[in-house]
Every structure is written in structure tokens, then in C-alpha cells.
Write a protein that binds this ligand. Sequence first.
Ligand SMILES: [Zn+2]
Length: 218
Amino acid sequence: MNIILLGPPGAGKGTQAARLEAQRGMVQLSTGDMLRQALAQGTPVGIQAKAVMDAGALVSDAIVSALVGERLDGLEERGSIFDGYPRTRAQAEALDQLLSDRGRALDFVIELEVDEDALVERITGRFSCAVCNAPYHDIYKLPKVEETCDKCGSREFKRRPDDNEATVRTRLGEYRAKTAPILPYYEQRGLVHRVDGMASVEEVSAQVDAILDSSISD
Ligand SMILES: [Zn+2]
């Protein structure tokens, strides 16, 4: 099973990827992580990438492809979850080739869809305990006793500076721009499935599982 997981920041992509790793033994492959790992392990592609980066240049598509190939070779029977890759039509075509060279194929592209206004509300309302990091929300989960952490009794809370409307809207715009080049490519082939990313984690998990399990009955 090989899938691409798409969704803007805050849609719950990380939660689903972690769950699929734990429950299905799949491996999340993000280019950033793959690059860090290749550099740390000094793999052939890692050495090549390091030379490019040391020279101040950007890692080319060819190196990214080699990096993905190297990781796929190490997966054996495990499934893959691509995250943040591919980003261009050329990378999408390269991924098809990398997979087919290894007797694999892309099974699904799953997009966690969000209602942008609701996502802004969800993210900008987040805050957490400054002491124990217990999560709270202005609308959905206020402490039971006003301004007192349910878990540790602390009266200090914190908010992430990125959790403001302007930043969230900018990230959503970046996400749309990033996926626009590849979505039509996969839509043409009927691979794209959409899941309501605003639903509860349990509901999103159930919808994702139903998609993944649909290939088994085919
Ligand atoms: Zn606390």
C-alpha cells in the first residue's frame, strides 16, 4: 500500500500518519525527514545532497528522486505514506516511475479537506498550560475552573505565536498553491479521495481506514 496524504497544517495529517504507522506498519516519508536521515547516515544520496547543500545550492529533483528511491528500497514489505512530496507534476511522474521500478504503485491520494474559516477558529483558539502543556481551546475546551489548569493547577497559559489568523490564512494559501500542480494529475486517474478533516479524529480515522480497506476487496 502506497499513499499520498494531503492536507493543510491543522487538518490532522500528522495524527493520521502516526496512526497508520502504528496500526498498519506503514512508513511516513517526508522529504525533509528523508534528507535528514540520508545526511545523518551518510548514504550515497546523502553524500551527494550534502555536497550540493554545502555549495549553497538547492537539492534538485534528481536528488530528491534518488532520495525517495533509496528510502523505498529500505521499506521491504511495508507501505509508504508520502507527506509533502511530490510537489510538482515532474516529481509526481518521477514517483510513479520510482514505484513501478520496485513493483509498487500508488494506491490512493487522500486529502484531508478543511473548512478554512472553521480551521482558523480551531487554530487561533488553541492555548496550553505553561507548566504541563495540557491543551485547551477558547471555545471547545476551557479549563473547568476559570484560568486554572485541570491537570496541574497552574494559572499560567501560553499560546503559540503562529496561531493567529494571518499566519493560518497564509499557510492555507501556500497549501493550495503547493497542491494545485499535482491534484489534477491524480484526479485524472481517479486516485483522489477526500475526507472531512474537520470531523473528529475517530471519524477521520474511520474514513481513512474505509478508503485503505477498499483496495483489499477489489
Ligand atoms: Zn497544567
